[in-house]
Ligand binder design. Structure first.
Ligand SMILES: NC(=O)c1ccc[n+]([C@@H]2O[C@H](COP(=O)([O-])OP(=O)(O)OC[C@H]3O[C@@H](n4cnc5c(N)ncnc54)[C@H](O)[C@@H]3O)[C@@H](O)[C@H]2O)c1
Ligand SMILES: [Fe+2]
Length: 398
C-alpha cells in the first residue's frame, strides 16, 4: 500500500482506538438456561413479547420450552418464524408486523445470527417507524434505545448476542449491510447449550470457525484493550479444546456450553476491537458465490495469517499458549508456527478444506477491490494491504 493511503488508514484507526474508553459499550446480562429469561423480562414490566426465529429452530424442543416458560410467567408470545439465512429487509418488515399486531413490549431472538439480527432490526424499525432500514445502515445512525431485547443463540459462532451490529440484506438490491449502534447490544444473552445440541456437524464446524476468526482477528489487530485481549484468549482456548468434540458428538453439552461461551467472548472482543482482512475477503466471497461465512473464514484465516508473516509472531505465540499448542516460555517463532499447524489440524478435523471451489480467477480483481473498500481504512489490521496485494490472498484460494 502506498505511504499516503497507509498513513490515512493508520490515522483513522488511531482516532477510533482513542475513542474506545469513551464509548458506551456494555455487556449483555448472561443466563445459562431459557428458564431464567421470563423473570428478567417480567422485572422490566414486559407482558407481551415478539419471538423471532427460523422455521427449523421454531420446531426445536428447546424453543417450545422457552415459549412455555414465557407463557407460564404471563408473558404473551407472538411468534415470527420466517427468518431466512441472510435475513432481508422484507423478513424484518414481516416480523415487525407481528410485533405491532401483538402490541409487543419486548423482542426475543431465538436462532442463529440470522434470527438474532432480524430481532435487532425489528427493534430498530419499532423505534424508528418512519425511517426505512436502509437509512440506518452504517455506524451510530439509530441513536435511541430499543425495546428490551433478549438474544438466545442456537449456533455458536456469530457472537451477535454480544455485538453492536445487525447484518441485513436489502430485499431488492441484495446489498448486505451492517447497522451498528450501541443500542443494538442485547440486554440479555441466554447461553443454553441444549439449544445448540441439534446443530449438525458441518454447521457446528463452520459457525465455530467463525467464532475462532473473530477472536484471532480481534487479538492480532492494533485496537485491542486488556478486556478484548482477555476475551479473545479465552475464546481461542475454549475453541481449540471443544470444537472438534462438539462436531463429533453434538449431544456433548459441556463442549456445547464451552462453544457458546467462546462465541460470546469472541463477540465481545471483535465488537470493540474489529475484525480484519479475513472477514473482508470472506464477505466479498459470500456476496459473490453464496458460500458459508464461517467455512470461508476458516479457509481464508491461515492464508491471511501467513501473509502477515513475522509481524504477528508475538501475538500468534500467545494464541498458541492459550490453545495449549506451545509451552509458556517457548521460542516465539516456534510457538507462532505451532499455532498455524494447530489451526490446520483443527480445520481438517472439522472437515474444512483449503480452497474455495466457486472462486473464478477473472473475478479476483473485483473481489479484492471489495475487500479493500470494506477493510481500509477502518480495520486496524497488523499489516496493511491494498487491493493489488489482496489479490495474492485470493490466488491462494483457487
Ligand atoms: N450481528 C453480528 O454481529 C454478526 C456477526 C457475524 C455474522 N452475522 C450474521 O449472522 C448470519 C449467520 O448466522 P449463523 O452462522 O448463526 O447462521 P444462520 O442463523 O443463518 O443459521 C444457519 C441455519 O442453521 C439453522 N439452525 C440454527 N440453529 C440451529 C440448531 N440449533 N439446530 C438446527 N439448525 C439450526 C437455521 O435455521 C439456518 O437454517 C449472517 O447473516 C451473518 O452476516 C452477524
Ligand atoms: Fe464472522
Amino acid at each position: 500500500m502506498n505511504r499516503l493511503k497507509a498513513c490515512g488508514c493508520r490515522t483513522v484507526q488511531a482516532a477510533f482506538r482513542l475513542a474506545i474508553p469513551f464509548l458506551p459499550y456494555r455487556r449483555p446480562e448472561c443466563v445459562s438456561s431459557v428458564a431464567e429469561l421470563p423473570a428478567l423480562l417480567s422485572a422490566r414490566g414486559c407482558g407481551r413479547a415478539l419471538v423471532v426465529t427460523s422455521p427449523s429452530v421454531a420446531k426445536m424442543a428447546g424453543t417450545r420450552q422457552l415459549l412455555e416458560a414465557l407463557e407460564a410467567a404471563d408473558i404473551a408470545c407472538f411468534v415470527y418464524s420466517g427468518t431466512v439465512p441472510n435475513p432481508t429487509t422484507d423478513t424484518v418488515e414481516e416480523a415487525l408486523a407481528v410485533y405491532r399486531r401483538g402490541n409487543c413490549q419486548a423482542i426475543v431472538g431465538v436462532g442463529g445470527g440470522s434470527s438474532l439480527d432480524c430481532a435487532k432490526a425489528v427493534g430498530v424499525r419499532a423505534v424508528l417507524p418512519n425511517r426505512p432500514l436502509s437509512k440506518s445502515k452504517g455506524v451510530l445512525k439509530v441513536r435511541r434505545p430499543l425495546p428490551p431485547l433478549a438474544a438466545v443463540p442456537t449456533t455458536a459462532g456469530t457472537g451477535s448476542e454480544a455485538t453492536i451490529a445487525a447484518v441485513i440484506t436489502d430485499a431488492k438490491t441484495r446489498d448486505k449491510y451492517a447497522i451498528s449502534d450501541f443500542s443494538l447490544i442485547p440486554d440479555y444473552a441466554v447461553l443454553d447449550p441444549s439449544l445448540t445440541a441439534t446443530l449438525p456437524p458441518h454447521l457446528t464446524a463452520s459457525t465455530g470457525m467463525d467464532a475462532l476468526t473473530h477472536a484471532v482477528e480481534a487479538f492480532i489487530g492494533r485496537s485491542t484493550t486488556p478486556d478484548t485481549r482477555k476475551d479473545a484468549l479465552t475464546a481461542v482456548k475454549l475453541i481449540f479444546a471443544n470444537l472438534e468434540r462438539a462436531c463429533r458428538d453434538g449431544s456433548d453439552l459441556e463442549a456445547r456450553r464451552s462453544m457458546l461461551t467462546a462465541s460470546f467472548q469472541a463477540g465481545c472482543a471483535f465488537t470493540k476491537s474489529y475484525v480484519g482482512y479475513v472477514h473482508a475477503v470472506a464477505h466479498s466471497l459470500g456476496g459473490a458465490y453464496d458460500v458459508a461465512h464461517g467455512y470461508t473464514n476458516a479457509v481464508v484465516l491461515p492464508v491471511v495469517l501467513r501473509a502477515y508473516g513475522a509481524n504477528i509472531h508475538p501475538q500468534l505465540a500467545q494464541l498458541a499458549q492459550a490453545a495449549g499448542l506451545a509451552a509458556p516460555g517457548a521460542d516465539r517463532q516456534a510457538a507462532a508456527l505451532s499455532f498455524l499447524g494447530g489451526l490446520e489440524k483443527l480445520k481438517s478435523q472439522c472437515g474444512i478444506g483449503s480452497s474455495i471451489p466457486e472462486l473464478c480467477r477473472e473475478d479476483i480483481p473485483a473481489l479484492a477491490r471489495h475487500a479493500d473498500r470494506e477493510a481500509n481504512p477502518l480495520y486496524p489490521v497488523p499489516v496493511l494491504m491494498d487491493a493489488k496485494e489482496l489479490e495474492n490472498i485470493y490466488e491462494q484460494l483457487l
